[in-house]
Write a protein of this length. Sequence first.
Length: 76
Amino acid sequence: MATLNIKNLPDPLYEALKARAESEHRSVAQEVTHLLTQALAAREPLSIMELQGLGKELWSGIDAARHVEDERASWD
């Protein structure tokens, strides 16, 4: 099993990590392993139904048809 050394870890971050590990009844090393496993785990792809409405705030007030026309015109 590999060993990971972290240099220059800010003290407040370490203290937060230590507190979180204690609250989860883990060692700091176990908590780091747990957090990295969660962060790097493959995420389940969203279904098409879960995408409905995603990003709608980005298109608020924009005429989508006009935007597409403008984009296509810019290609020439």
